[in-house]
Design a protein around this ligand. Structure first.
Ligand code: HEC
Length: 125
């Protein structure tokens, strides 16, 4: 009887070993999980439009009263306008954060901008 118990114990240990291995595989898999799965769900309606109006459209809107020399063609009136320049928005407002020129966008908001551009604007979620 003691032998049977010991054998069962051995089986449990073996099963635990497999579980541990399974977990390790899961965490390997996790590194390949799309980072957008972990990002907040940001859309044109709940983030993009408001962010651009507040921080970019004072100079970039097609109807901006004073563009401060922002190029005429660079407007963010619609999601399609922004999507057409998704890479440039990332470059100028996240990677090299020089837009808006006067600053004033927090690091946290720039991180949200990056997540929105990468996970929503540049592709379907
Ligand atoms: C105070 C006015 C002003 C605001 C606000 C502003 N910009 Fe600009 N933007 C400019 C000017 C001036 C230029 C042209 C000079 C330059 O490229 O640096 C420009 C150019 C650009 C360009 C085109 C050049 C390129 O590199 O492709 C992009 C894209 C851009 N801005 C993105 C943004 C974004 C995104 C925001 C908001 C986070 C923003 N800008 C806010 C004034 C502004």
């Amino acid at each position: 009887m003691a032998l049977v118990v010991a054998a069962l114990g051995a089986c449990d240990d073996a099963a635990d070993g497999r579980d541990a291995q399974g977990d390790a595989q899961d965490s390997d898999g996790a590194s390949e999980v799309d980072p957008c799965e972990l990002a907040p769900v940001l859309t044109w309606d709940n983030f993009g439009a408001g962010f651009l109006v507040e921080n970019c459209q004072p100079c970039h809107a097609s109807g901006a009263v004073d563009r401060h020399d922002a190029p005429r063609a660079v407007v963010f009136d619609t999601r399609a306008d922004a999507a057409a320049r998704a890479d440039r928005i990332l470059e100028r407002a996240v990677n090299v954060p020089e837009m808006p020129p006067a600053g004033g966008v927090s690091a946290a908001d720039r991180a949200l901008l990056e997540a929105w551009v990468l996970c929503d604007l540049s592709r379907d979620r």
